[in-house]
Design a protein around this ligand. Structure first.
Ligand SMILES: NC(=O)c1ccc[n+]([C@@H]2O[C@H](COP(=O)([O-])OP(=O)(O)OC[C@H]3O[C@@H](n4cnc5c(N)ncnc54)[C@H](O)[C@@H]3O)[C@@H](O)[C@H]2O)c1
Length: 243
């Protein structure tokens, strides 16, 4: 393909699934802007892939608007950044609710709010949200997380409905348990039983890899996915089968 590289934006790009998505999109020929709050991780990724690092705390909506308000249209926007929590609902606090929603849901609002107008003006775009099977199935020990991810699904489908006539697609990837620093931190905090439970949850009886999630994002971000919108694609070894 000749001409300018497609411009892509990926949040939570410093490690795990986000870093794999950056590698995938760079390999597919995109010029990627990579957002994270971890400057050292961003620098390593930039050196490895050529992605443009953008240091931002995604819970700071003003900072997001300030950094991206004048950016030219992105062809691809991937909302990946997120945090989880493993606690029964009765052990959670209003502060947990605010903390989890701020990054898992409100940051998705802020990124979409600032990038969608230019995409609409360009008359083309691919929006991909990384939710979770928890958002479709619920989660024992993850009610707040599941609520945020269910919100992402409803939001993405609404964006799909409002923007289909502008050549813009909005889709969701719903991973099951994926072997990333996020998952390993939870296992370190809660013990090996959590790892065994996570490995047992997918029909395939194993954890997913970040690259398997990135492959799905690569498809949804591609020109070939022009007729796919408002979908939730499980990448979970069949865990969401039938949802
Ligand atoms: N790993 C899994 O098992 C799993 C399963 C389902 C869904 N997901 C989702 O996939 C996404 C990525 O998860 P992961 O496992 O790669 O996580 P991770 O913790 O390994 O990586 C997340 C990245 O996001 C960044 N980040 C977090 N909060 C931020 C903030 N406020 N501002 C800027 N950057 C921030 C972190 O610095 C980190 O680099 C998340 O939305 C997560 O909910 C993960």
């Amino acid at each position: 393909m000749t001409g300018e590289a497609r411009r892509a934006l990926v949040t939570g790009a410093g490690q795990g699934i986000g870093a794999a998505i950056v590698r995938r999109l760079v390999a597919d020929g995109c010029a990627v802007t990579a957002i994270d709050r971890d400057g050292a991780a961003l620098d390593r990724l930039a050196e490895e892939t050529g992605a443009r690092p953008l240091l931002l705390d995604l819970t700071d909506q003003r900072a997001i608007a300030g950094a991206l308000a004048d950016a030219p249209a992105f062809a691809v926007v991937v909302n990946n950044a997120g945090i989880d929590q493993h606690a029964f609902f009765t052990d959670t606090t209003p502060e947990d609710w605010r903390r989890l929603l701020a990054i898992n849901l409100e940051a998705v609002f802020a990124i979409t709010h600032v990038t969608l107008p230019a995409m609409r003006a360009a008359g083309a775009g691919r929006i991909v949200m990384i939710a979770s099977e928890a958002g479709r199935l619920g989660s024992r020990g993850g009610a707040v997380y599941a609520a945020a991810k269910a919100g992402v699904i409803g939001f993405a489908r609404s964006i799909a409905r409002e923007n289909a006539d502008r050549g813009i697609t909005a889709n969701v990837v719903a991973p099951g348990p994926v072997d990333t620093p996020l998952l390993r931190a939870a296992v370190n905090a809660r013990g090996e039983r959590l790892l065994h439970a996570m490995e047992a949850a997918p029909l395939m009886g194993r954890l997913g890899t970040p690259e398997e999630v990135a492959a799905a994002v690569g498809f949804l971000a591609s020109e070939g996915a022009a007729f796919v919108t408002g979908e939730v694609l499980g990448v979970s070894g069949g865990m969401g089968c039938g949802a």
